[in-house]
Design a protein around this ligand. Structure first.
Ligand code: HEM
Ligand SMILES: *[C@@H]1O[C@H](CO)[C@@H](O)[C@H](O)[C@H]1NC(C)=O
Length: 353
């Protein structure tokens, strides 16, 4: 009797979960996520994702990723930054579903051509190499969305930043959304008020904004991304008065008023390939490279400015908040269960047979 009860109980529980997953995650591509109406994201676990998701199906996933990352970063340290940024640009556009990796195709308008991405996001060859190795080790098992997340986490750690327990189990979209990429990715000249709104749209708060902006402790930006600050900050033909003077002069000599838009400058001029808290120290000194960096300090929001100061003084606090915020970002609106697919090639959707 007890065993029959157990079986019935198991069937009840299983059907409950089945109905639950149908109710909360309607299957099929297209209408699964617009970004605005997902449930609030906290530190609570996301149904369908777990840190040991590949324990039985691909226990060697992380060991497969690590050596490829190490080699790529040793060859070019900036690759770590580029891969971390890919997670951001993936997750802010219809959730962390590897939509950012899709190339133009008959049914796909690639996000790679959206304004914030074009001639800017990079690291796709490294993702391809990692995915090929994962396919070799565990065919059709590890999604491209999880590959992006593993690459971002590994890149952070290899650059000297914190490690975090990474929930896995995301699946890959069969769609991309270039318009949503233009709408949801914040521009570098955004005001603080607008930055807060861009993050809130993703269920992220002010702490997340300040902590995740600390990703700019590694990597570079093109002149075109901060030129307005040098020559025409308030449409007045004058520089941004919050730029520290000597920093302004170095930037202006690297980025003339006309031309040179593709030249790059480090986001953190002290330690451009080390994931540390020097970004915040620079922001306090008027040496944040992007407008979106400097306004965290100058934007007259006491909570935000207070966090910048705290992270500048206490790297351990920055790392602690970063781990929590980057986990939240990585959990934005994933495809789970039977939604989406496990792409074989991250650049295109699987062909139906
Ligand atoms: C707060 C709003 C943000 C804005 C406005 C912003 C904007 C930018 C811009 C304009 C660049 C330079 C692109 C170029 O010139 O080609 C950049 C680079 C970068 N961003 Fe952000 N970003 C923001 C938040 C984030 C977040 C949340 C992350 C990661 C979690 C991130 C990671 C990076 C990294 C690592 C780079 C360097 C990439 C490389 O060197 O290839 N950013 N960002
Ligand atoms: C930011 O730059 C864009 C493109 O150059 C421009 O259209 C927009 O007005 C700028 N925004 C602000 C607040 O300066």
């Amino acid at each position: 009797m007890a065993s029959i009860n157990t079986v019935l109980g198991a069937i009840f529980v299983a059907s409950f979960y089945f109905c639950g997953s149908l109710a909360f995650f309607p299957p099929g591509p297209g209408h699964h996520h617009e970004g605005a109406h997902h449930p609030p994201i906290g530190s609570a676990p996301i149904p369908g994702l777990s840190t040991d998701y590949y324990r039985l199906t691909c226990p060697q996933a992380d060991e497969t990723v690590a050596p490829i990352l190490k080699k790529a970063i040793a060859k070019e340290p900036r690759v770590a930054a580029s891969l971390l940024r890919l997670l951001f640009h993936d997750c802010f556009v219809q959730g962390c579903d590897a939509s950012v990796l899709l190339d133009d195709a008959e049914e796909v308008v690639s996000e790679k051509n959206a304004i914030p991405n074009k001639d800017s996001i990079r690291g796709f060859e490294v993702i391809d190499e990692i995915k090929a190795a994962l396919e070799e080790a565990c065919p059709q098992t590890v999604s491209c969305a999880d590959t992006v997340a593993l690459a971002a986490r590994g890149s952070t750690v290899l650059s000297g930043g914190p490690y975090w327990e990474l929930p896995l189990g995301r699946r890959d979209s069969r769609t991309a959304n270039m318009k949503l990429a233009n709408k949801n990715l914040p521009p570098p000249n955004a005001t603080l008020h607008r930055l807060i709104k861009f993050f809130r749209r993703q269920g992220l708060d002010k702490v997340d904004l300040v902590a995740l902006s600390g990703s700019h402790t590694i990597g570079s930006a093109r002149c075109v991304s901060f030129k307005q600050r040098l020559y025409n900050q308030h449409r007045d033909n004058r520089p941004d008065s919050t730029l520290e003077t000597s920093f302004y002069h170095t930037l202006a000599s690297a980025c003339p008023r006309a031309g040179g838009d593709g030249e790059i400058r480090p986001l953190d001029l002290v330690s451009p390939s080390r994931f540390d808290n020097s970004y915040y120290k620079l922001v306090l000194e008027g040496k944040g490279l992007l407008n979106s960096d400097e306004v965290l300090w100058t934007g007259r929001d006491p909570e935000i400015a207070g966090l910048v100061k705290s992270y500048a003084e206490d790297e351990a606090l920055f790392f602690e908040h970063y781990v929590s915020s980057v986990t939240k970002m990585g959990n934005i609106n994933p495809l789970t269960g039977h939604d989406g697919e496990i792409r074989k090639n991250c650049r295109r959707v699987n062909q139906e047979i």
